[in-house]
Design a protein. Structure first.
Length: 376
């Protein structure tokens, strides 16, 4: 098989595969073509790709000569006519946002593998791009908050007096939240955490965070380890407790999400008015509405002297390691899709391949895509 690595468009700095991972693909018997300057924003120039055994070419050539194309974001509308029936595109998809493009791809007989649909099973853990990117986001969110905060994170006992440690409140202890706890603790902050899943309590404690329990949280074993919508009574109780802890905090990192829904609003506008001026909120749930009522996606706003950062593109700001993790996840996925001669075999009986394939053979395949797009 020949795989093509596309250069990202727009403000994206990551690349799907770095030169280090090209060498792994070559060992699997795969030929690798790379679009000119594909890795430049991730500090990998064409010479490094060539040294790893890839051929660097113009975009059109890469598309024309590859069976499978790898990208971070879907290569959208302008390119669709360049692809041909039977070709496979593999990227993060955001199926709802890109439903028209996906429908075009389906009609053209292109197969689309959506890396954001990799099932969250133990076997698929090493292929889980969402977890990898959440790790980057949780880390960067704390660093950004620390650099904006007009105070230290750690406690200091100095000749100039004692400096109290910063207080960090973390809403949601999934992959991003747990990473944020670890980084904030390493920097010396006192960390308090809210989540609705009791299973994370021990993990939070083992990282040195204090888990604040709100009684009456609804959990559903059928949700596969994810959070579910809470009752109105619980939401009210939780909001009151969060309000108290946010007023005492210097930093709030928001990561709470419910799959397929708008993010839960946990921090109300009135709470911001009572928070300490100079404090910082980083809302990683911004793209799905935010956990803070005043968050604006993609923007930094200041209310009552509180910085509210609505950012969801931290992985692009750390392109070297984010691309490395992305590429390793793809290679782990390819290992179950490529035979010993390096040929692609899309076995739809495999739950990971079935769950990740958005369209194939002019049909919608993944159950989750069908649900998201209301297709029977
Ligand atoms: P996520 O991004 O879906 O949500 C972040 C966190 O927000 C979750 O912990 C959730 O419980 C919490 N949350 C939701 N509503 C909330 C509310 N009202 N108040 C407070 N917190 C709220 O989470 P994620 O990082 O995708 O992880 C979710 C689960 O899936 C975890 O148990 C994780 O370990 C698991 N997971 C498993 C795999 C795998 O097995 N392959 C991969 C990734 C994640």
């Amino acid at each position: 098989m020949t795989i093509g690595i596309l250069k990202e468009t727009g403000a994206e700095n990551r690349v799907a595969i770095l030169p280090g991972e090209v060498a792994v693909l070559k060992k699997m018997g795969i030929e690798v073509l790379v679009e000119f300057h594909a890795g430049e924003s991730a500090f990998a120039d064409d010479k490094l790709y060539q040294a790893a055994g890839a051929l660097t070419l113009e975009r059109k050539e890469v598309i024309a000569r590859s069976e499978m194309l790898l990208a971070v974001n879907p290569p959208l509308h302008d390119d669709i006519a360049l692809f041909r029936e039977g070709q496979v595109i593999c990227s993060v998809l955001n199926p709802v946002e890109n439903s028209k493009w996906l429908e075009e791809a389906r009609k053209q007989g292109i197969s689309v593998l959506a890396l954001d649909l990799v099932p969250r099973t133990t076997r698929a853990q090493s292929m889980d791009i969402l977890s990898s990117m959440a790790t980057v986001s949780g880390y960067k969110a704390v660093l950004e908050a620390a650099s904006l905060l007009p105070r230290f994170f750690p406690m200091f006992m100095s000749a100039a007096g004692t400096i109290k440690p910063a207080r960090v409140l973390i809403l949601g202890a999934g992959v991003a939240g747990l990473q944020a706890i670890a980084v904030a603790r390493k920097l010396g902050a006192i960390v308090e955490v809210f989540d609705v899943r009791s299973a994370v309590k021990e993990e939070v404690k083992s990282l040195g965070g204090k888990f604040i329990e709100v009684e009456g949280a609804k959990e559903d074993a059928a949700a596969g380890g994810y959070a579910v919508e809470q009752t109105e009574e619980f939401k009210k109780k939780q909001q009151e407790l969060i309000q108290q802890r946010a007023i005492a905090a210097d930093v709030v990192i928001c990561t709470a999400q419910i799959p397929g829904r708008k993010a839960p609003v946990l921090l109300l506008g009135e709470t911001i008015n009572e928070m300490k001026p100079g404090s910082v909120i980083v809302d990683l749930a911004a793209s799905t509405g935010g956990n803070c009522e005043l968050t604006q996606n993609g923007k930094n706003v200041v209310v009552n002297g509180v910085n509210i950062i609505g950012k969801s593109d931290y992985p692009s700001e750390m392109p070297t390691d984010a691309s490395k993790m992305y590429g390793c996840n793809i290679i782990n996925l390819l290992k179950i899709m490529v035979d010993k001669n390096g040929n692609l075999v899309l076995n739809m009986m495999d739950d990971i391949i079935h769950g990740t394939t958005a369209v194939h053979g002019k049909e919608y395949i993944s159950q989750r895509v069908k649900q998201m797009l209301n297709i029977n």
